[in-house]
Design a protein around this ligand. Structure first.
Ligand SMILES: [Fe+2]
Ligand SMILES: [Fe+2]
Length: 119
């Protein structure tokens, strides 16, 4: 059982994170079926774009370092996706990498978004 992902304190973002966490839990518990595992990257990238919109809709400047990190993660995720397609990594390895990128990003970047609300 995976621990639940840390709360950011902004509802719309927490819901997105919970949905992604649910995808990770489902994959880890039930299947490594490739068609499902391949949905992870589009869902993750859609979330990053959505997260930026959620903050900017509040007329808050999205932090540049966080935005750069999103851009970098998209490159890394696309490259993992390519490696999976080429069979250079296993589904399990792919899944573990993507999940750890997600968890670390939430802890190192997303949890700081809440403090922007009052700044
Ligand atoms: Fe983020
Ligand atoms: Fe996020």
């Amino acid at each position: 059982m995976w621990p639940n992902v840390a709360s950011v304190g902004i509802n719309a973002i927490d819901i997105d994170h919970a949905n992604l966490d649910y995808m990770f839990q489902t994959i880890s518990q039930e299947t490594e079926e490739e068609s499902f595992i391949k949905k992870l990257i589009p869902a993750f990238i859609a979330h990053m774009n959505h997260e930026e919109v959620i903050i900017e809709d509040r007329e808050i400047q999205f932090p540049a370092d966080h935005k750069n990190e999103h851009a970098w993660m998209k490159i890394v995720l696309r490259s993992l996706e390519k490696e999976l397609a080429e069979d250079s990594i296993s589904s399990r390895h792919f899944f573990q990498e993507v999940r750890s990128i997600f968890v670390l990003h939430v802890l190192n970047f997303d949890v700081n978004l809440y403090s922007l609300k009052d700044s």
